[in-house]
Design a protein. Structure first.
Length: 88
């Protein structure tokens, strides 16, 4: 599993919550630089990953954060899938 997929999985599990690169790095066992590069790739590839300036949900620091928006699909051809308007 690639770092981008691990990050996407973490963000999707915590959708609609904001996390700074440092906190994501801690959760997925990577460096901040690796996380920043992977998140940049994810945000270019997928419209459900949002980068913005806000407050991190874990550490409370204000700065650039990343979130997965609810109800979207990430990398539909990979093993990492989320619902997109699925009826229960």
């Amino acid at each position: 599993m690639t770092l981008a997929m691990r990050i996407a999985g973490f963000l999707l599990f915590h959708e609609n919550r904001d996390f700074c690169d440092g906190c994501i790095a801690t959760k997925v066992a990577a460096t901040t630089v690796e996380v920043r590069a992977a998140v940049t790739e994810l945000s270019r590839r997928s419209p459900v990953v949002l980068r913005d300036r806000w407050t991190c949900q874990l550490c409370g620091k204000k700065g650039e954060v990343t979130r997965a928006l609810a109800g979207g699909t990430v990398a539909t051809k990979s093993s990492l899938r989320r619902r997109a308007n699925r009826v229960a």
